[in-house]
Design a binder for this molecule. Structure first.
Ligand SMILES: Nc1ncnc2c1ncn2[C@@H]1O[C@H](COP(=O)(O)OP(=O)(O)O)[C@@H](O)[C@H]1O
Ligand SMILES: [Mg+2]
Length: 429
């Protein structure tokens, strides 16, 4: 590695600071530029030294690690925080993420875990900076298109403008991510004439293949691993492993067995997405329901994150947390699109209640249609094809139009096509 990673250590216990300094002293690519005994000292030192990574103890007297991380995010936004804690509780982890920490280490950790975390947050941050630099011209072009000529002209596949990447995510499982990802991909391909590729981003327990009735012996993303380990930009052999499906879309399946999931790295999946967007109009990724580094990499790469929720208390609570995290990660309001699935299922919660609770309007709704969905599932044919006239299919098509017709950077109000799409499932619309 050419650059050294500049690290600041923050811990109130002197022995811990010494120990960590010694451990990191063995690494040629890591340079400990200072150590602080308190949150306040950490802010002062970080402002002066602008470290790349701050190793932050969560439990400190006076200002704790979470408060210090929050201040640091504003004072030195280029520094990525790795939080250290003796407690591995979900609440600590969540609060750290919300404060802006990028990684969470539970003490005692091995020196391998420590250095891997430091390198990972560092390279993720660098990748983000370079992607943002690369995205800047595209963003201004999109803004110009929104102001003047229509921006939705079909792209010639191959060459020209890169395709749109849509991640279908939810902070809770079972809310319809795979259902929506598959059918939206099919709708965009068959009805809107887009060249679409669907990636099963649920690397451990992906079920895109099940919905599309694909043989698990098919080629999958796991076959790309050897190539991902080599340097380079494009994943050259990718077309060999993408399956052409009779529903009109192309599919990159998840690995055939769960333990292969960890072979897919964040930079690997990013390269796959970047390669595929060059030759497709639309790249749809069906994500897992939890945050890990690969999911984060997918969300980072996406132009639009379709965030699915349902009318259930747990779904709503998780959504509120996700929106806060999305904010911390710097995803603009326009990038995150809220999709309420099974929106008409009467569970005692009204859409207005949901919106009030999460402090945001729902962007799209999809009706509940157990018959169409289950029939399609059993036959392995997407309901968009087998039951094209159903309301649920029309809702999916509306969603497909919304995500392909606009870029995430375009402000919500700036797209004239958006208004008529807001349909009347609910009184407030
Ligand atoms: N709009 C809908 N109407 C009826 N059932 C649905 C709808 N969307 C999803 N489902 C059902 O809900 C369950 C979970 O959907 P799935 O797409 O597998 O969710 P996820 O991928 O988020 O775990 C499945 O049984 C699916 O058939
Ligand atoms: Mg799923």
């Amino acid at each position: 590695m050419a650059d050294t990673i500049r690290v600041l250590i923050v811990d109130d216990i002197p022995e811990t600071r010494d120990h960590l300094t010694k451990l990191l002293g063995f690494e040629s690519d890591i340079d400990v530029v200072g150590s602080a005994a308190s949150g306040a000292e950490a802010i002062t030192l970080a402002t002066a030294m602008t470290p790349d990574v701050v190793l932050m103890d969560i439990n400190m007297p006076d200002m704790d690690g979470i408060a210090a991380t929050e201040l640091l995010a504003r004072a030195v936004p280029t520094a990525s925080v790795v939080m250290m804690s003796v407690q591995g509780e979900a609440d600590y982890l969540r609060r750290s993420m919300l404060a802006g920490a990028r990684e969470f280490l539970v003490k005692p950790f091995s020196s391998d875990e420590l250095t891997a975390s430091i390198r990972q947050v560092y390279s993720r941050e660098r990748e983000k900076v370079s992607l943002m630099a690369a995205a800047a011209p595209a963003a201004s072009a999109a803004a110009q298109a929104a102001a003047g000529t229509p921006s939705g002209a079909p792209k010639g596949s191959g060459g020209g403008e890169p395709g749109i990447v849509v991640a279908v995510f939810s902070p809770k499982g079972g809310v319809g991510r795979t259902t929506v990802a598959v059918n939206m991909a099919v709708a965009a391909a068959t009805e809107l004439g887009k060249k679409v590729v669907l990636i099963d981003g649920s690397f451990q327990f992906g079920d895109v293949g099940v919905l599309l009735n694909l043989n698990p012996k098919n080629k999958s993303i796991a076959d790309l691993v050897p190539e991902l380990e080599q340097a380079g930009n494009d994943v050259e052999s990718i077309d060999t492993f993408v399956i052409n499906h009779s529903a009109g879309i192309r599919v990159l399946l998840a690995p055939p067995s769960p333990e292969m999931a960890e072979l897919i790295t964040p930079s690997g999946i990013k390269r796959i997405i970047e390669t595929l967007r060059k030759t497709h109009d639309l790249v749809v990724v069906d994500c897992t329901a939890f945050f890990n580094d690969t999911t984060l990499a997918i969300l980072d790469s996406a132009d639009t994150i379709l965030t699915m929720l349902s009318l259930e208390i747990t779904s709503i609570k998780n959504m509120r947390l996700f929106l806060e995290v999305a904010d911390q990660l710097g995803y603009e309001g326009g990038k995150v699109r809220l999709v309420l699935n099974r929106a008409d299922s009467a569970l005692g919660i009204r859409v207005a209640d949901v919106e009030h609770s999460i402090g945001r309007k729902v962007d799209d709704t999809i009706v509940s249609d157990g018959r169409s969905v289950v029939y399609a599932l059993n036959r392995g044919v997407p309901f968009f094809l087998s039951n094209r006239e159903a309301q649920v299919s029309q809702d999916i098509l509306r969603l497909a139009k919304a995500v392909t017709g606009e870029r995430a950077h375009v402000a919500a109000g700036a797209d004239p096509r958006k208004a008529p799409q807001k349909k009347s499932l609910f009184a407030w619309r």
